[in-house]
Design a protein around this ligand. Structure first.
Ligand code: XMP
Ligand code: MG
Length: 190
């Protein structure tokens, strides 16, 4: 319950109306994803590409449960800003540090919503002579998809609700919450 998480983790917030995934539930699911990736990439050295800023907690936890020689890089693309709706326009704000040529890359995302960000990223990264390219997202909101794109690895499927916490933000807030929760509508209707 909400009260349990509040007591156990201390960082409950008055703007959250419902907790979808507690910190231990997230940790357990990520462990399973790590095992899947470990199995699928045997004998290879995957490069995880975290998409800033939302995927930071996820990639940090995920890389530590993959039992392979993993490296990671970070990329920043333009996002919603303070809005809760996608503009559909994607821009690279920070590119990768290193070349992708011959690498087995895995894009690590916080959430796939319309899929527009991912569509852009896949097209952009595929053009860089990558050996293989897959997508691992913590959350998937398939009901809002505008383009036919599916993550290869997905932590949780969620309904069409705006969620925050564990890296996900509203106007840069709530990223530090250890759980994933639904924001009260009143917060973004102010
Ligand atoms: P698209 O629509 O391109 O969106 O798939 C991907 C990006 O949109 C943001 N996003 C959210 N952020 N709560 C958030 O905090 C949400 O419910 C949500 N839905 C989409 C997110 O930055 C993601 O990378
Ligand atoms: Mg955001």
């Amino acid at each position: 319950s909400l009260e349990y998480v509040l007591e156990e983790y201390g960082v409950m917030h008055e703007d959250i109306k419902e907790i979808l995934f507690s910190a231990p539930e997230i940790a357990n699911r990520i462990q399973e994803l790590g095992k899947e990736i470990t199995r699928d990439y045997q004998g290879r050295q995957p490069l995880l590409i975290g998409i800033l800023k939302g995927a930071v907690p996820f990639i940090a936890d995920l890389m530590r449960v993959i039992d392979l020689p993993v490296s990671y890089d970070l990329m920043a693309v333009s996002s919603y800003g303070a809005s809760t709706k996608s503009s559909g326009t994607v821009r690279i704000l920070k590119d990768l540090d290193a070349a992708l040529e011959g690498r087995d890359a895995i894009i690590v995302e916080d959430i796939v919503d319309t899929g527009l960000t991912l569509k852009y990223l896949l097209e952009n990264l595929r053009s860089r002579q990558v050996n293989s390219l897959k997508v691992c997202t913590l959350l998937d909101k398939p009901s809002r998809r505008k383009v036919a794109i599916q993550p290869d690895y997905n932590g949780f499927e969620i309904p069409d609700k705006f969620v925050v916490g564990y890296g996900l933000d509203y106007a840069e807030n709530y990223r530090n919450l250890p759980y994933i929760g639904v924001l009260k509508e009143a917060v973004y209707q102010k």
